[in-house]
Design a protein around this ligand. Structure first.
Ligand SMILES: Cc1cc2nc3c(=O)[nH]c(=O)nc-3n(C[C@H](O)[C@H](O)[C@H](O)COP(=O)(O)OP(=O)(O)OC[C@H]3O[C@@H](n4cnc5c(N)ncnc54)[C@H](O)[C@@H]3O)c2cc1C
Length: 367
C-alpha cells in the first residue's frame, strides 16, 4: 500500500473504482456531478487533500470528464470555503459537494494567463442595491477565458480588480450566479472531453464578495496550492491506466515470432514507465499529506504537479508507441488518454510556472 495511505484510503480507492466503472461512458455533466455528489461528496465537504487525490487518481484512470467535474466542484467551492460566510457556505459549498450545484473558478483572461496579477476585469462598488453575503454590492465588467464548466455552472467564483492601480493586491474574489444579468458565455472546444468556455461580464452584479477587498489573489493561490497535488494525482491515474493497457498489449501482440514483452527494449520501456509512475505517486501523496497536516506545502505541491504531469505525458506517449497503430484508433483507451493528458501540463499553472514556484521556494529558504 502507498506509505502515505491509511486503510480508509485503500477502501476509498476501491469505492471510487466502482463509481468510475459505472460512469465511464456517461457524458452528461449534471448527471455525472449528481452521482459523484451522492457517492463521494462527503470527501469534497471534508476537503482532506489525500482523499481528493485518491478519488481523482481512480476517476482519471477511467474517465477524464468525471475527474474534471469532480475537481471543479472542489476548485469552484474552495474559495468560498476559505473566505465565505457561513450563509455562503450553506448556499454554495454544501450543494456543490452534494452534486446539486455545478461550480466554476474564473481567473484566466485573454491577456492574463500565467501572469494572473495582470487581470483586467473590474469590480466596482455599486450603492444602488445590495445583495447578501459580503454586505457590499459590486458590478463586474470584463472577460474570462478557458473557464471549465462555463455555461454549465450554477455559480462562478470570479477574480476581479477592485483597485486597478494596485497590481495583484488590487484583486478581490466574488461569487456570481449563473442567471446574473450581464453574464454571457461562448463555448470553447478542446481536444479532450472537457466542458469549457469564455465568459463576458457587462455591468454584471456579483452575489457576494469573498473576504476583504484585495484578498483575491491570496484566496486564488491558497485554493490552487491545495488542488495542485490533486492534478498530479489525476496524472498518475492516467499513467496507471496507460501502463495497465500496455501490459496487456505487449503480452498478447506477437511480432517476429515473439510477444513484444519478450523484447528487452519493451521491458526497459515498461520498467521506466512503472518507476516514474511510482516516483510521481510518492511526490503527490507527500504533498497531499503536508497539506493535510496544515503545513504550507507550496514547494511540495508544485513539485508534485510538475513531475506527475510531465511523467504522465511521457508514459502515455510510450504506451501509445508500444500499441503501434492500434493505439491511435479513435475510442481506444490509449487514444483517449493521449488527448486527455495534455491539458494537465497547462491548467492550474503550466510546468514552467511550477518550475518558477519551485525555484523561488528554494532560493527563499536557501536549502
Ligand atoms: C483544460 C483547461 C482547463 C482550464 N480551466 C480553467 C479554469 O477553470 N479557470 C481558470 O481560471 N483557468 C482555466 N484554465 C486556464 C489555465 O489556467 C491557463 O491556460 C494557464 O494558466 C496558462 O495560461 P495561458 O494559456 O494564457 O498561457 P500563457 O500564460 O500565455 O503561457 C504560454 C506559454 O508561455 C510560458 N510562460 C509564461 N510565462 C512564463 C515565464 N515567466 N517564464 C517561462 N515561461 C513562461 C507558459 O508556461 C506557456 O508554456 C484552463 C486551461 C485548460 C487548458
Amino acid at each position: 500500500m502507498n506509505p502515505f495511505w491509511q486503510e480508509r484510503h485503500q477502501r476509498l480507492r476501491e469505492q471510487t473504482e466502482a463509481v468510475a466503472r459505472a460512469i465511464e461512458h456517461e457524458h452528461d455533466p449534471p448527471k455525472i456531478v449528481r452521482i459523484l455528489g451522492q457517492e463521494l461528496g462527503q470527501h469534497l465537504e471534508r476537503g482532506e487533500v489525500t482523499s481528493l487525490c485518491v478519488i481523482r487518481e481512480a476517476l482519471a484512470e477511467r474517465t477524464a470528464l468525471a475527474d474534471t467535474l469532480f475537481a471543479m466542484q472542489g476548485l469552484g467551492s474552495q474559495p468560498i470555503r476559505l473566505a465565505g460566510s457561513e450563509e455562503l457556505k450553506q448556499r454554495y459549498v454544501m450543494p456543490a459537494a452534494l452534486g446539486r450545484k455545478l461550480a466554476a473558478f474564473a481567473l484566466t483572461e485573454p491577456e492574463a494567463g500565467s501572469d494572473v496579477a495582470s487581470l483586467r476585469t473590474l469590480a466596482r462598488r455599486d450603492t444602488s442595491g445590495g445583495h447578501g453575503g459580503g454586505g457590499d454590492s459590486y458590478v463586474l465588467d470584463g472577460e474570462k477565458t478557458f473557464i471549465s464548466n462555463a455555461g454549465l455552472a450554477d455559480f462562478y467564483v470570479v477574480f476581479a480588480k477592485t483597485d486597478a492601480s494596485a497590481g495583484g493586491k488590487g484583486i478581490s474574489a466574488f461569487v456570481v450566479d449563473r442567471d446574473a444579468p450581464g453574464l454571457t458565455f461562448e463555448p470553447q472546444t478542446l481536444i479532450a472531453d472537457h466542458p469549457m468556455g469564455a465568459l463576458t461580464f457587462e455591468r454584471c452584479r456579483a452575489a457576494a464578495r469573498l473576504g476583504a477587498e484585495g484578498d483575491g489573489l491570496k484566496i486564488a493561490l491558497g485554493t490552487l496550492d491545495r488542488f495542485r497535488p490533486t492534478v498530479g494525482a489525476a496524472a498518475c491515474g492516467m499513467a496507471r491506466r496507460a501502463l495497465a493497457e500496455t501490459l496487456v498489449r505487449v503480452r498478447t501482440r506477437v511480432q517476429f515470432g515473439k510477444s513484444l514483452a519478450e523484447f528487452q527494449g519493451t521491458q526497459f520501456a515498461l520498467a521506466d514507465m512503472a518507476t516514474e509512475l511510482d516516483a510521481a505517486r510518492l511526490l503527490v501523496y507527500r504533498a497531499a499529506a503536508a497539506c493535510d497536516r496544515g503545513e504550507r506545502a507550496t514547494l511540495e505541491a508544485a513539485m508534485a504537479k510538475l513531475y506527475a504531469t510531465e511523467m504522465a505525458q511521457r508514459v502515455v506517449d510510450q504506451a501509445l508507441q508500444l500499441h503501434g497503430g492500434a493505439g491511435l484508433l479513435a475510442g481506444t483507451p490509449t487514444e483517449r488518454l493521449y488527448r486527455d493528458v495534455r491539458a494537465l501540463r497547462i491548467y492550474e499553472g503550466t510546468s514552467e510556472i511550477q518550475r518558477i514556484v519551485i525555484a523561488r521556494e528554494l532560493l527563499r529558504s536557501g536549502t
